[in-house]
Every structure is written in structure tokens, then in C-alpha cells.
Design a protein around this ligand. Structure first.
Ligand SMILES: [Zn+2]
Ligand SMILES: [Zn+2]
Length: 317
């Protein structure tokens, strides 16, 4: 365990509220600024959104945006990303405005992620197809799959080294407040060893962070590195996703300089995702990230990655 970074936040109830970037505030009576009701007792506050909710809304069926984790206010209707059987996620309108909704739409973002690897002198030469998939397909691929997978119910991205067929979201359109998808199943010969899946319907910055994480798995496979301890592998992949968020803000002119409401929203979203990565409780992802991030801040990314390739561990004193 890394001693130099603070331990992850713990929540007093038996399960953490969705999204680790929540802060539980005890006591004091405040106004719930979404539902116009008085809150007495513990409530939740989001650091970057200036919104306050009763803890009870995490359990009363109120929809939560799958990206920024804000609750659906009374005066806004979130977009449904498919029925509960296949997907069941909801997304707020702000997050939806830059959401990647189909496989074709992901290409420009993949180019940004590859540029990020180039800039780190980690060029990825092999063609690696990337597919947008819904939650049902992600579940199918992770159950019994052999690739390293993210834990828990919502897997955001997956790097596959198998030749299983993939059913991706080929086209999608908004019908009322619901996304209707058209699927396409791809079958593979042995032309592509590595494939990446990413959950569809997430905003651009979040999708980019997930892709940077997944491309790091792919990059390690291309270097011939396998069977790493999950804390080492997921930790360094989380670092790449985290660093991509900052890099993208610096290279994307709209994100870095604009004072528009949308640009401000994107910056808040990025801070939220970074907060989630920093505070994740899961060992491989949370502790793995904090250890890797500590090593990177001390020895530099280049040295840490070379050390992982050679010794399958993080450098330590
Ligand atoms: Zn949202
Ligand atoms: Zn991973």
C-alpha cells in the first residue's frame, strides 16, 4: 500500500453511494436544490456540481446519470440508453450532448488517444478495431471472457484478445427521450488479435479516458507483456486514462480556453472522473492507481513503464 496518498473516502452506510465523488454531510438542515425540499439529517453533496441531495434518493428509484452521477431533477427528463433488459442506463442532457452513440462516431476520438500514445513515444502500430457496445453485450463478453476485465456490474471498457464475435451499436437515433439502436454482429478471422470494446452513450471526455485505459492494456499485449498482477496492470492503465484527461484538455482548443457553459461543464466532468479514479475503493483499480500514480510522480512515467515491462512490478526504493 502506498503511504503517501490519502486513503480512499469511506461512507458510513453499508454500501457507498453511486459514484465515489459524493461527499456525505452529516447533520444540519439544508435545501435540496433539485427537488425543492428541506433535508434534515445526512445528505450528499457533489464537489463540482454544487448540488445537494437527500441520501434517500440513492434508494428511491430516482434516475441517476450514468456519467456525471447527478440525479434527475423534477424539471428535466434524462435520456434512456435502452431498456433494462439490454442496458437500463440514463444519461442527463448535458452529458448526452457529447455522447458517443455508435461505433463509427468513435473514430475521431480513437485518433486523439493514439496521438496521446505517440506523444509519449509509445506508438501503437498494429490496427486495433474499437467497437461501441451496449451493456448487454459488455456483460456477454465479460462473462467467461479471458481478457482482463473491470470489476462490478457496469464494465466501461474491455480489451479482448480472443476471436469471439462482437455485436456493436452500428446506428442509433433518439426517439422521444429514448435511444433506439441498430446492432451489427462482426465475426473475425485471425486478422485482428486485439480488439477494444467501450460502452456506448458516454460523453466524449469519459469515453476518451476509458479508451486510453484500454489502449494501455493493448500496448502491453503488443510489447509481449502478459500475466501482470492485476493491481500493477489496472493501476498503470488507470494512470493512462487519468493522464489522457489532462492531455486532452490541453490539446482541445474548445476545452482549454473557452468560457462557454459547455466548456465549463466538460471541465467539471473531467474533474469528476478524475475524482472517481482517485477515490475508487476496489483494490486493483483504486490501490493499483494510487500506487502507480505515486511511482509515476516520483520516477516518471517512462521509467515506471520500463520497470513494469522488465520486472512486472513498480519501482520502489
Ligand atoms: Zn450527466
Ligand atoms: Zn483495465
Amino acid at each position: 500500500m502506498c503511504q503517501l496518498l490519502p486513503p480512499p473516502k469511506r461512507y458510513p452506510k453499508e454500501d457507498p453511494p453511486p459514484g465515489a465523488a459524493w461527499t456525505l454531510v452529516e447533520g444540519r438542515s439544508v435545501m435540496n436544490n433539485l427537488f425543492s425540499e428541506q433535508i434534515r439529517g445526512p445528505h450528499l453533496k457533489r464537489e463540482f456540481w454544487n448540488q445537494v441531495y437527500c441520501y434517500d434518493h440513492t434508494r428511491d428509484g430516482t434516475h441517476i446519470c450514468c456519467s456525471c452521477r447527478r440525479f434527475e431533477p423534477r424539471n428535466e427528463k434524462f435520456v434512456s440508453l435502452g431498456d433494462d433488459r439490454r442496458d437500463g442506463r440514463r444519461i442527463c442532457n448535458d452529458c448526452f450532448s457529447t455522447a458517443i452513440l455508435e461505433t463509427q462516431g468513435i473514430e475521431p476520438l480513437v485518433r486523439y488517444v493514439l496521438r496521446f500514445f505517440d506523444h509519449l513515444n509509445m506508438k501503437i502500430k498494429a490496427p486495433i478495431p474499437v467497437f461501441s457496445v451496449d451493456r448487454g453485450e459488455m456483460r456477454r463478453q465479460t462473462a467467461g471472457g479471458t481478457a482482463p476485465v473491470h470489476p462490478d456490474t457496469t464494465v466501461l471498457g474491455l480489451t479482448m484478445c480472443s476471436y469471439r464475435d462482437i455485436t456493436s451499436v452500428d446506428k442509433s437515433r433518439l426517439q422521444g427521450r429514448k435511444i433506439v439502436t441498430e446492432m451489427e454482429t462482426y465475426r473475425f478471422g485471425h486478422e485482428y488479435r486485439i480488439k477494444i470494446l467501450v460502452l456506448f452513450g458516454l460523453p466524449l471526455v469519459m469515453t476518451g479516458g476509458i479508451l486510453a485505459h484500454e489502449f494501455m492494456h493493448a500496448w502491453l499485449r503488443l510489447q509481449g507483456v502478459s500475466r501482470l498482477n492485476p493491481e500493477i496492470e489496472e493501476g498503470i492503465c488507470q494512470v493512462m486514462g487519468y493522464q489522457w484527461l489532462d492531455w486532452f484538455e490541453a490539446v482541445d482548443p474548445e476545452a482549454s480556453s473557452s468560457r462557454s457553459e459547455k466548456a465549463q461543464f466538460m471541465r467539471n466532468l473531467k474533474k469528476t472522473f478524475k475524482g472517481e479514479v482517485e477515490n475508487m475503493l476496489d483494490g486493483a483499480y483504486g490501490d493499483g492507481f494510487r500506487d502507480a500514480q505515486w511511482a509515476v510522480s516520483r520516477y516518471g512515467l517512462d521509467h515506471v513503464i520500463r520497470h513494469i515491462i522488465r520486472h512486472k512490478t513498480l519501482p520502489r526504493e
